[in-house]
Design a binder for this molecule. Structure first.
Ligand code: RB5
Length: 148
């Protein structure tokens, strides 16, 4: 995974976590593309969700989106074709989002998830492969069919 670019985005509610995640990924050798925001000034999360998700869908990579709860980012992200965004609040949900749902976007709540947990979520999400079992593959294909 380290050879791919991980896309990051947040609103003001997720800005502090985004910066911590960027430092973590840099220290682990990941290439990161930061789509903002770049301060705690109030902004609208759908704009950042769209930028990150268009990049992830095109480059077939992973993205991390953080807003206050992670909910708005999840809702916005899942409107974009090719995106499977999962709201993750623990290492277990991050692992299952990859293993069962083949999620390509990890959403985190900057105000609902503490920073250390957020960093563990990101590490788990980026290091867990999709379980290639037939039952999961079939379900992911059915999700894809909903886009048409
Ligand atoms: C912004 O105040 C807040 O609504 C946003 O960060 C997020 O939690 C939305 O889902």
């Amino acid at each position: 995974m380290q050879n791919k670019i991980v896309a990051l985005g947040s609103d003001h509610g997720g800005y502090a976590h985004k910066e911590a995640i960027k430092r973590l990924l840099g220290s682990k050798g990941f290439s990161v593309k930061d789509f903002g925001t770049n301060s705690e000034e109030s902004v609208d999360y759908p704009e950042f969700a769209e930028k990150v998700c268009r990049f992830v869908a095109k480059e077939k990579t992973f993205g991390i989106l953080i807003c206050g709860t992670g909910i708005g980012m999840s809702i916005a992200a899942n409107k974009i074709k090719g995106i499977r965004a999962a709201l993750c609040w623990s290492e277990a949900t991050a692992r299952l989002a990859r293993e069962h749902n083949n999620a390509n976007i990890c959403c985190i709540g900057g105000r609902t998830t503490d920073k250390d947990t957020a960093l563990k979520i990101v590490e788990t999400f980026l290091s867990t492969p999709f379980s290639r079992g037939e039952r999961h593959k079939k379900r992911i294909e059915k999700i894809g069919a909903l886009e048409h």
